[in-house]
Design a protein around this ligand. Structure first.
Ligand code: FES
Length: 108
C-alpha cells in the first residue's frame, strides 16, 4: 500500500487527483462486504475500530453480558464506528455472528 503526501504525490511519484481522493473518502462502506466466516475468525484482541481503538472482544462482550443487544447499542457502549465509519462492515458482521451464536445457544 502506498501513502500519499499532502500534495497527492506518493513517495514513488504516483499522483492522484483531488477528485480521486474525494471519491475515495466519500465511498460508503458496504454492510455485506464482510462475511460471517471472516467476522468469526477475528480474534478478540484484534482492533477492529482504529479511530476509537476498539477490539473485537470489546464488541462481543456487551452482547454476551447483556449490556448491548444490537448494533446500535454496541456502537453506543463501545464508540466503535463513531469516527470515520470504515469499520462498520466488520463491526456489523461481528455483531451478527455473535447474535446468531447467542440465539443458537439459548434454550428453547
Ligand atoms: S475505524 Fe472505526 S470509526 Fe474509523
Amino acid at each position: 500500500m502506498e501513502y500519499m503526501s499532502d500534495t497527492g504525490t506518493s513517495p514513488t511519484g504516483a499522483t492522484a487527483s483531488l477528485a480521486d481522493l474525494r471519491n475515495l473518502l466519500a465511498e460508503e462502506p458496504e454492510l455485506d462486504e464482510v462475511s460471517p466466516q471472516e467476522a468469526a475468525a477475528v480474534t478478540d484482541e484484534t482492533v477492529v475500530c482504529w479511530c476509537n481503538n476498539v477490539t473485537a472482544g470489546e464488541i462481543r462482550t456487551p452482547l454476551h453480558d447483556g449490556t448491548a443487544c444490537d448494533l446500535e447499542s454496541v456502537q453506543r457502549c463501545t464508540r466503535a464506528t463513531g469516527g470515520c465509519g470504515k469499520c462498520l462492515p466488520m463491526v456489523a458482521a461481528i455483531v451478527n455472528v455473535e447474535l446468531s451464536r447467542k440465539e443458537n445457544a439459548s434454550p428453547r
